[in-house]
Design a protein around this ligand. Structure first.
Ligand code: URA
Length: 433
């Protein structure tokens, strides 16, 4: 088989066979096909797409390119969730303890952030001592004993995706539904959980710009999951503005803790409740959504959800004092209030730009090698639909360097105002099963 013929076939819009996809992935992982040829194929896929069979074969090939975690020794249904990434997305930090407190077992492998989006691993690492590298046995033991673990993906998990994703990142081929779906689902399937809940985001801070594209991505991933016998469902959510108020690692841990005390922002709590209810239905902990929502609220109110977070942090070597007293989490030298220069209703908040602004003051990485400033970030005081008076504080900016004028001007450009009353945009667009 000659790889150039596979590239030409896809370039002309034809479907690839199972054998051709096997040849591509197996030889690429063995370094027998050069990056420049694979980038040409990814670009052909970007323009021509793939059919359902091709996507399923690609996912299966990627899934089998490395180790597959077997969680069957842990009794009960094991649940996982995945977000396609966004700004201020700290959902796992609150949602996982909430559902674990209700009796579901959560075995979660997370990633790091790059660019304007944050990653769960970076957020948990803002807790002193928190270990994200547990071996498979320790991971399983913790899930069995306390019902919850959040760790990093092991090096041997889906090596094909590690190579492919790094290549797509620098060749303009990330935003392709078949490539995103196979990348995400191969990792979720290799992580071994029985159920998968996908939070597929749309909007300017997300890979998918419209709810229709997000729904298409969700349906593609759901059909892959179902083909491989996993209960896979999705929630489609709006990422046109940051989720919750906090953007930045330690600040987001604090917001997740506040949410577990039922004192967090309403939009973020609603997402955790709706996603949590779906996970409890998938895990057969509850039979109806109403019952699930009630159980989640009960476990927030009685403190058990918060206690699960403490248990997980303790089990993974983290400093639980920082969870019990969030002011002990990393603190920035400067906290600058940014006053509004105009009055009106907030019509739009540019999520992508807030992500970039947070990255510029150290909360994220421009390139993989950058180090993170855990204390840095932004806490918004106004979201869409809110009325702002002159000099009201729009946000507190936490930084270890003084903010320069250019940064502040860029910050102001993230807000669009209206003189007319503006309705808050709903966060949850729909659920897909
Ligand atoms: N996240 C992934 O893991 N893969 C993609 O392709 C895009 C987002």
């Amino acid at each position: 088989m000659r790889f150039v013929e596979i590239i030409e076939k896809k370039r002309e819009g034809h479907a690839l066979t199972k054998e051709e996809i096997h040849f591509w992935i197996s030889k690429y992982v063995e370094d027998k096909i050069p990056d420049y040829q694979v980038s040409a194929l990814c670009m052909a896929i970007y323009f021509q797409g793939m059919n359902a069979d091709e996507i399923a074969w690609l996912t299966d090939e990627m899934l089998h390119s490395g180790d597959i975690i077997d969680l069957s020794s842990i009794p009960g249904i094991k649940a996982d969730k995945h977000s396609t990434g966004g700004v201020g997305d700290k959902t796992s930090l609150a949602l996982a303890p909430m559902v674990a407190a209700c009796g579901l077992k959560v075995a979660k492998m997370s990633g790091r952030g790059l660019g304007h989006t944050g990653g769960t691993l970076d957020k948990v690492e803002s807790i002193e001592g928190f270990k994200i590298a547990l071996d498979e046995e320790a991971f399983k033991k913790q899930v069995e004993e306390i019902g919850l673990a959040i760790i990093g993906q092991t090096k041997s998990l889906v090596p094909a995706d590690k190579k492919l994703y790094a290549l797509r990142d620098v060749t303009g081929t990330v935003n392709s539904i078949p490539l995103i779906a196979s990348s995400i689902m191969s990792k979720k399937l290799a992580s071994g959980s029985d159920t998968i809940l996908l939070d597929v985001k749309f909007g300017e801070g997300a890979f998918m710009k419209t709810p229709e594209d997000a729904q298409l991505l969700a349906s593609t991933m759901i059909s892959i999951g179902k083909k491989l016998g996993r209960d896979t469902r999705a929630i489609i959510t709006n990422m046109n503005q940051p989720l919750g108020n906090a953007i930045g690692n330690a600040l987001e841990v604090k917001e997740a803790i506040a949410t577990l005390h039922d004192e967090g922002p309403e939009d973020f709590k609603q997402l955790c409740m709706q996603a949590g209810a779906l996970m409890l239905l998938q895990g057969k902990v509850c039979r109806t959504k109403e019952e699930a929502l009630e159980l989640l609220q009960e476990n927030i109110s009685n403190g058990k959800a918060f206690q699960k977070l403490v248990d997980m942090v303790k089990a993974q070597g983290g400093n639980t004092e920082q969870i019990l007293h969030p002011d002990m989490l990393p603190q920035a030298t400067y906290v600058t209030e940014i006053p509004s220069k105009q009055e009106g209703y907030i019509r739009e908040l540019h999520a992508l730009e807030f992500g970039n602004l947070a990255m510029e003051i150290g909360a994220g990485r421009r390139v993989k090698e950058d180090t993170i400033d855990y204390a840095a970030g932004i806490v918004l005081h106004k979201k869409d639909g809110d009325y702002v008076k002159l000099n009201d504080s729009l946000a507190s900016v936490h930084s270890n360097q003084k903010l320069d004028e250019e940064w502040i001007q860029h910050f102001y450009q993230c807000f669009e105002y209206s003189n007319e009353n503006v309705e808050k945009t709903p966060l949850i667009y729909k659920t897909v099963e």
